[in-house]
Design a protein around this ligand. Structure first.
Ligand SMILES: *Cc1c(COP(=O)(O)O)cnc(C)c1O
Ligand code: SF4
Length: 326
């Protein structure tokens, strides 16, 4: 029998009903009206992440990232199901290849938290995610494509896989001679820090591949001492840590919030990497910050911070050979 780890219990214990979360935050459901039932993109928040929200504040920047709102069901021109052309770049089972030298594996469809702004909210995970049977095929494709130097595990959130499953995958990848680096994109160090177990760190750092982890945090309030501990242990084990944020209306759309985010996470060993303009996925229009405003915010950040704490302002454009630098 495989022992259930505490992070797995925590995951099972996540809020899956917005009313439970509102009650925890002492918010009145008559004031904060939540649409009922979006089965395509359900509500999900870990208790750990919820514990960092301010009570009694309907405008809390963490709450706004996860709370379903009526605006999601509005049809807005320009906002579509697959804004970044993921479907077009699928090149093997559960594998996307959009950029030179890098292949992205959809390790799993699930996430520890469902972020309402997510560009993959409409993604057909069921058809695309890596299963045991497609994993072998994906590895064969990567092995046959010698231009690929880096494999990126994404999802969904790859850290929802067990240590054993991740360890097996990493060992399989390390056996492919032309690979140099393994990169994991994950929101888990922030939303479920207990997942950063000794077993996970051993799996990530236990092969010849150079480990890089890109975490996703959008606001400095997402940092707490548990997150700090998880990140510090990864750093101490030699993992390069980067952060990718999305510029979100009402959440981090001011220079002070963005500067705080960079400074807070840098204290735990994380360098800012990308500040993304919102991908225009249907149901996310209310989060959009116009490009002009984004450029002005970024200029203000450059004035306030040392260069290494300023993330690159980018947009994802379907069919381009790299993310577009603004
Ligand atoms: C963003 C992205 C990458 C990685 O791009 P970097 O600029 O190297 O961070 C790789 N594959 C896909 C599908 C992406 O969307
Ligand atoms: S893929 Fe990332 S941004 Fe999207 S719901 Fe999952 S954790 Fe949130």
């Amino acid at each position: 029998m495989i022992a259930v780890q505490s992070w797995q219990r925590e995951l099972a214990d996540a809020y899956t009903d917005p009313l439970q979360l509102l009650s925890f935050l002492e918010l009145d459901p008559d004031d904060v009206r939540v649409p009922r039932g979006n089965n395509a993109f359900p509500f999900r928040v870990t208790r750990s992440f919820a514990s960092r929200m301010r009570k009694c504040d309907p405008a809390d920047p963490l709450l706004l990232q996860v709370l379903p709102v009526h605006a999601e069901s509005r049809d807005v021109p320009g906002f579509v199901a697959d804004p970044v052309g993921d479907q077009a770049s699928a090149f093997a089972p559960a594998t996307l290849r959009k950029y030179h030298g890098r292949a992205l594996l959809i390790a799993t469809g699930g996430c520890a938290i469902n972020c309402r702004y997510c560009f993959r909210r409409n993604f057909p995970y069921g058809e695309q995610q890596l299963t045991r049977s497609t994993e072998r095929d994906a590895l064969d494709w990567i092995a046959a494509e010698s231009s690929i130097e880096e494999v990126i595990l994404s999802g969904g959130d790859p850290l929802l896989l067990s240590d054993r499953r991740l360890g097996g995958l990493l060992t399989g990848l390390a056996a492919i001679r032309h690979l140099r680096r393994i990169r994991i994109h994950s929101r888990v160090p922030v939303v479920l820090p207990s997942r950063i177990t000794d077993g996970f760190i051993a799996a990530l750092t236990g092969t010849r591949l150079i480990p890089v982890m890109v975490i996703h945090a959008n606001h400095s309030n997402e940092w707490d001492e548990h997150v700090d501990l998880a990140l510090s242990r990864l750093r101490a084990a030699g993992v390069t840590l980067l952060n990718q944020a999305v510029l979100l209306r009402g959440v981090n759309d001011n220079a002070e919030a963005l500067a705080d985010l960079a400074q807070r996470f840098f204290a735990s060993g994380v360098l800012p990497y990308y500040l993304h303009l919102l991908d225009r996925a249907s149901g996310t229009a209310h989060f959009e910050v116009p490009e002009q405003e984004a450029r002005a915010l970024h200029a203000e950040l450059r004035r306030r911070l040392p260069g290494y704490l300023v993330p690159r302002l980018v947009r994802e454009e379907a069919g381009q050979p790299h993310k577009t630098l603004l």
